[in-house]
Design a protein around this ligand. Structure first.
Ligand code: ATP
Ligand code: MG
Length: 160
């Protein structure tokens, strides 16, 4: 059992497969930090996860006028883009604990910008651009996040 999982997506459809698998295995209250350069696929992954939670795909865009987007699916999905925040104080003012502790899944793009305000027990997803259509996802359980969830994710992603 390891606390890190690597998933190579050859194209966008496989990023959707990963998002859907995450939607199936993540327990309520999970916080996911998303890192990766501009255009790496952070929003695409959120879209895929939200869609698998029953949210209409078009509803999922990067938060612009509001700093936290809430999507109502089978369970709530909260979407924060820290790129739009000045610092972690602004993040704290959003009252993120309320989201972190709820039954929903919270995804934070550019989480490295607000690192000190992120909960220690979370899932970290790093996205690396490996080609025009390909991306490498490194998914790591941080703090006391249950590594069993990663095992379940691994079996969901195993080719059958
Ligand atoms: N395998 C893939 N997975 C995800 N996106 C892909 C993939 N291949 C190509 N793309 C393209 O990469 C882009 C990813 O855009 P996205 O908005 O998700 O990036 P982002 O990481 O959220 O960027 P930003 O930091 O600007 O918010 C899209 O244009 C998408 O079509
Ligand atoms: Mg984005």
């Amino acid at each position: 059992m390891t606390d890190c999982l690597t998933f190579n997506a050859a194209d966008e459809s496989q990023t959707r497969v990963l998002g859907a698998a995450l939607a199936r295995v993540l327990p309520g209250g999970t916080v996911v930090s998303l890192r990766g350069t501009l255009g790496a696929g952070k929003t695409r992954l959120v879209q895929a996860l939200a869609e698998a939670c029953g949210v209409e795909r078009r509803a999922v865009v990067s938060p612009t006028f509001v700093l936290i987007q809430e999507y109502r699916g089978d369970r709530p999905v909260y979407h924060i883009d820290a790129y739009r925040l000045h610092d972690e104080d602004e993040f704290e003012q959003l009252g993120p604990e309320e989201y972190f502790e709820g039954e929903g899944i919270t995804l934070v793009e550019w989480a490295d910008r607000v690192e000190p305000a992120m909960p220690p027990d979370r899932l970290d997803v790093r996205i690396e651009v490996t080609g025009e259509q390909s991306r490498r996802f490194a998914i790591r359980a941080m703090g006391r996040f249950d590594v069993g969830v990663l095992e379940r994710l691994r079996s969901e992603l195993r080719p059958s």
